[in-house]
Ligand binder design. Structure first.
Ligand SMILES: NC(=O)c1ccc[n+]([C@@H]2O[C@H](COP(=O)([O-])OP(=O)(O)OC[C@H]3O[C@@H](n4cnc5c(N)ncnc54)[C@H](OP(=O)(O)O)[C@@H]3O)[C@@H](O)[C@H]2O)c1
Length: 263
């Protein structure tokens, strides 16, 4: 019997690439997102991860049909840019609802199924978690939350044989750049030019980013490991950066990030 994988945010980018990759490896893949994707062989279920009732219906449907769930990949995510001073409460709630509460919702529903298979949870964080990005503060905050959540969950679920890993991609060429929400309140002269420069830099880096299949490959490797790591950064250069961040004094790291994204 094929192993069954559920991926959130499967309609685009990393989720879409991963569904293709895993179908080719022989997995049965269910994709959850608000819009349907177009990958042949992927079983799509419309589901908003901010709505727990929709997640419950989706997981019930999958279990009724496939009789097992082996891996859950929390990949759905959104971005928002802008200065903290001017960001609205709505923006903060929007991004936390998807990137943090969405992951919590899916985990809470999925755990009882994964207990049966001693399955795996793979949460998609970001290098923007350990490397806090100015003018994308809320995004960085959500991704560090994903790491904390995953670490705690890993310990809580250990006696049940469920393994939890965070995968941290760096810049990856997807629709994320296009979908990133611009600030609702236009920043005034105090920030305007800096925000424009910062976002332009981020967008350039993302456009030059790696293929989403590179992330899929890492996710697949984690799935195959008997004892997967607590976290894994995608790509040598990002691994190196995160490693240096641990070695360098905070003041220096903060200054470099300021020069890159906030000057
Ligand atoms: N691209 C990068 O450079 C990069 C780097 C590091 C980490 N990441 C992370 O990788 C993950 C995937 O991003 P991506 O780059 O593939 O972006 P993307 O192309 O914009 O895809 C985002 C996916 O999330 C889904 N989604 C958004 N809100 C949702 C909701 N409320 N309920 C269900 N699904 C929802 C979208 O589907 P619908 O709109 O159809 O719902 C879409 O399938 C995110 O967690 C992101 O933070 C990306």
């Amino acid at each position: 019997m094929n192993k069954v994988v559920v991926i959130t945010g499967a309609s685009s980018g990393i989720g879409k690439a991963t569904s293709i990759y895993l179908i080719n490896k022989g997995y049965t893949v269910y994709g959850l997102s608000r819009s349907e994707g177009d990958v042949e062989g992927c079983k799509y279920i419309k589901c908003d991860v901010t709505k727990k009732e929709e997640i419950e219906v989706a997981f019930n449907t999958i279990y009724d049909e496939a009789k097992r769930i082996d891996v859950v990949i929390n990949n759905a995510g959104i971005g928002v840019s802008g200065a903290i001073e001017y960001a609205t409460e709505e923006e903060l709630l929007d991004i936390f609802s998807v990137n943090v509460f969405g992951v919590v919702n899916v985990c809470q529903v999925a755990i009882k199924y994964l207990r049966e298979t001693k399955g795996k949870i793979i949460n998609i964080g970001s290098v923007a978690g350990p490397m806090t990005i100015p003018f994308q503060a809320y995004y960085s905050m959500t991704k560090t939350s994903v790491e904390s959540l995953s670490e705690a969950l890993r310990m809580e679920l250990k006696p049940f044989g469920i393994k939890v890993t965070t995968v941290l991609p760096g810049d990856t060429k997807t629709n994320f750049t296009k979908n990133r929400k611009a600030p609702k309140v236009a920043a005034d002269k105090l920030y305007h030019d800096r925000i424009i420069r910062s976002i332009r830099r981020m967008e350039k880096d993302e456009e030059k980013g790696v293929s989403p299949f590179k992330v899929s490959k890492v996710i697949y490797k984690v799935m195959k490991r008997k004892n997967p790591p607590v976290k894994v950064v995608v790509g040598f250069s990002y691994k190196f950066l995160v490693f240096l961040k641990r070695l360098f004094p905070d003041r220096l790291v903060n200054y470099i990030l300021y020069r890159l994204y906030a000057k």
